[in-house]
Design a binder for this molecule. Structure first.
Ligand SMILES: [Zn+2]
Length: 183
């Protein structure tokens, strides 16, 4: 009787911790992937025959871009966190594709995600991007590419802030910032 009295709270605590871990995994997990309805119609697999408006050879891209921009945008690379030029940029303006100038994000949707990469909770328009299923590195993620030229931009997660709940995790190297006054 005395034993069960002491055992009971311990069991409850274990249950509580287990439930908390389950819940927190669902809330904070970064690899969980649900395609948002807003871009679902744009989703396609890598193997689909995607035709881009702007097509250049590798040597042409290399001439136009820096080594890092080429690696990230054309070879699906990822810049180290807190290293890019825009992760902490708080100026007003528009973020365009570094390869083709396609306008992708408005600074009004940029937020501090703490990840070290520029993060947005929405795109300027769904017509300018394509979402692809990315199964590399043993994860199922949504890759975001430029609809005009196919540049790799980053990934989309569903743990962003309201009102969309989306987090577009984008490489600075894939972006070119245009200050509002420069328009
Ligand atoms: Zn582009």
């Amino acid at each position: 009787m005395l034993l069960s009295f002491f055992k009971q709270p311990k069991l409850s605590t274990q249950c509580f911790i287990y439930i908390f871990l389950l819940l927190s995994g669902g809330i904070f997990g970064c690899n969980e992937n649900r395609h948002p309805n807003t871009i679902y119609s744009h989703n396609m697999k890598e193997s689909d025959d995607v035709k881009f408006e702007i097509v250049k050879s590798d040597s042409e891209w290399k001439q136009q871009l820096t080594l890092q921009q080429y690696h990230v945008a054309r070879e699906k690379g990822t810049e180290p966190p807190f290293s890019g030029k825009y992760w902490n940029n708080k100026e007003s303006g528009t973020y365009a594709c570094v390869c083709c100038g396609n306008e992708l994000f408005d600074s009004i949707t940029k937020f501090d995600s703490g990840t070290g990469w520029p993060s947005f909770n929405d795109v300027l328009t769904n017509d300018n991007i394509i979402a692809l299923e990315d199964t590399s590195h043993g994860m199922i993620r949504t890759e975001i590419i430029c609809k005009k030229c196919g540049a790799h931009l980053g990934h989309l997660f569903n743990d962003g802030p309201p009102p969309t709940g989306q987090r577009y995790c984008i490489n600075s190297a894939s972006l070119n910032f245009i200050k509002k006054n420069d328009h």
